[in-house]
Design a protein around this ligand. Structure first.
Ligand code: ADP
Ligand code: MG
Length: 328
């Protein structure tokens, strides 16, 4: 239990003040030993969890509302990747001290997104950490029995699609670290995209019946697409020129653009595969939902990933994505 001084909030007051949204009917929310949730007949539960650590997943001093938003957004992105509809979430908070303005903004960022996606906070845990903020979020969603979009279900000749525009989160990190330079407007825009990811959660369940496989882009398009290829035991051919670029990339060199598009993580957009006969309904439902979608390549029988650069030349070495245990 976090404490910061004689007048500090107790653990239970803290939970009651910041993390006790009203439960909807039929749901047992925060305050009992378990959250309890009805599951509709014909549906399965989809469950996922992700951890965010200060200094690793977000910079110390980041706007706490953005941290709250992102902690839930990265988890909702996993539900979107299997085509599940969000139902509920759990939040484990480890804090070095009780900082009420921080908690106020953090819980607001978290609960606003939770409300916008009907993903009710139904429980969690609150502990004191040594010196860093650590957040664990678990999400629960519903998906019709046997219809989830799995990494293993891609088929040869499937189109490969991505949602949104890519490259901005990676650009934000390069600019922040001083490796790249750009003007202030670009920095602000790129940072906004890194801090406030908006995965296409509302639309993803509409892919069921049209898409075969999907993954959310968290570690970089190349690396994440390779997970689909390994899971499905096929290969792919993609064209860098077809990958939709975020507008901040316009100011970068083509080498930087390529790097940001192919190896940039933190996108929280979807990469999915679908047979060509489903192009029209996919475009149509995405347009109605206000989600940008673009075809970037094809699944091949030959189990190899071939990436063509902006000039149509085959890349000889594939870029790598993010790996927490990479020692290089
Ligand atoms: P227990 O000791 O039974 O694990 P706790 O005292 O840890 O219960 O928590 C009391 C209630 O508050 C439980 O319903 C728990 O799920 C909820 N809770 C604790 N921390 C959080 C949090 N950070 N966000 C949401 N709910 C929380
Ligand atoms: Mg507990």
């Amino acid at each position: 239990m976090p404490e910061s001084g004689p007048n500090s909030l107790s653990e239970f007051d803290l939970i009651a003040r910041y993390f006790s949204p009203p439960a909807t009917q039929g749901v047992v929310g925060v305050g009992d030993d378990c959250g309890i949730l009805p599951v509709r007949p014909g549906f399965q539960l989809a469950v996922s969890t992700d951890t965010l650590i200060e200094g690793r997943h977000f910079f110390a001093g980041t706007d706490p509302a953005a941290i709250g938003h992102k902690a839930l957004a990265v988890n909702l992105s996993d539900l979107a990747a299997v085509g599940a509809q969000p139902r509920a979430c759990l939040l484990s908070l480890s804090l070095p001290q009780v900082d009420e303005p921080w908690l106020q903004a953090f819980s607001q960022g978290f609960l606003d997104l939770s409300k916008a996606n009907d993903c009710q906070l139904i429980g969690g845990d609150t502990t004191r950490s040594h010196d860093k903020i650590m957040l664990g979020v678990t999400v629960l969603g519903e998906v019709p029995v046997s219809q989830a979009l799995l990494r293993s279900r891609a088929q040869p000749d499937d189109d490969i699609w991505v949602t949104g525009t890519l490259g901005a989160p990676y650009t934000a990190l390069q600019l922040h670290q001083g490796a790249w330079s750009a003007d202030e407007t670009v920095r602000t825009q790129a940072m906004e995209r890194l801090l406030w990811p908006r995965p296409p959660v509302h639309w993803a369940p509409q892919l069921l019946g049209y898409a075969h496989a999907a993954i959310d882009i968290s570690d970089g398009l190349t690396q994440d697409l390779q997970h689909i290829l390994q899971g499905s035991q096929f290969g792919a051919r993609i064209n860098a020129a077809d990958i939709p670029q975020h507008e901040v990339l316009a100011q970068l060199s083509s080498q930087q653009q390529l790097e940001a598009l192919l190896s940039g993580g933190d996108e929280f957009e979807l990469c999915f595969t679908a047979p060509a006969q489903h192009r029209a309904p996919i475009l149509d439902s995405a347009a109605k939902a206000g989600v940008a979608v673009k075809r970037i390549g094809t699944i091949t029988l030959e189990p190899e990933l071939q990436i063509y650069d902006f000039e149509g030349q085959l890349l000889r070495a594939l870029p790598t994505g993010y790996d927490h245990f990479d020692r290089s």
